[in-house]
Design a protein around this ligand. Structure first.
Ligand code: K1U
Ligand code: ZN
Length: 172
């Protein structure tokens, strides 16, 4: 396993739509392992492959509590097949937008179809934090960031802040 670099705003790759995985081969299994290691090290509770610069529809999650053993989950080619009318608000963060958290309203329940590492296609009914995280990560593989769900004023402010920081870093 290897740690991979997490790309951050304003990296344009974060706006790319990721390609479906056709075959679950050694490369995909290696990517998922590396993503889990990278996610645990960050630390984070979710990660999409594009956040490590790989435009493939692979997502990792682990929602186990601090005092519980790891419970890694891998979702390949995940898609939302239905969403509830009911909405829920959670404070979200993003490893690609470090140190910024804000409340986002999304459907409270979603049904997600995905393929597991065993190649089996399954459906999961999610609510609570799992529903929020799955929607956040599926947004990533579609080139959408959680700040896109905020007001234009907030989104522009954050985008400018990260663009300025990147410019300063490039200038040394
Ligand atoms: O996709 C990502 O950028 C990861 C993100 C997932 C997420 C968090 C909260 C709501 C929706 C999606 C993170 O993991 S941010 C870090 C974080 O939430 C966290 C880190 C350590 C312990 C507990 C939470
Ligand atoms: Zn994110």
């Amino acid at each position: 396993m290897a740690l991979r670099e997490i790309i951050t705003l304003p990296d344009p790759r974060l706006r790319q739509v990721s390609e479906p995985v056709k075959t679950i081969d050694a490369e995909v299994r290696r990517l998922a392992e590396d993503m889990l290691e990278t996610m645990y090290a960050a630390p984070g509770i979710g990660l999409a492959a594009i956040q490590v610069g790989v435009p493939r529809r692979v997502i990792t999650l682990d929602l186990a509590k601090k005092d519980e053993p790891h419970a890694p989950q891998v979702f390949i080619n995940a898609e939302i097949v239905s969403s509830s009318e009911e909405r829920a608000t959670y404070e979200e963060g993003c490893l690609s937008i470090p140190d910024y958290y804000d409340e986002v309203e999304r459907p409270a329940q979603v049904k997600v179809r995905y393929t597991g590492l065993d190649g089996k296609t399954q459906e999961i009914e999610a609510n609570g934090l799992l529903a929020t995280c799955l929607q956040h990560e599926i947004d990533h593989i579609n080139g959408v960031l959680f700040i896109d769900h905020l007001s234009k004023l907030k989104r522009d402010r954050i985008t400018k802040k990260f663009a300025k920081a990147a410019k300063r870093a490039a200038e040394g």
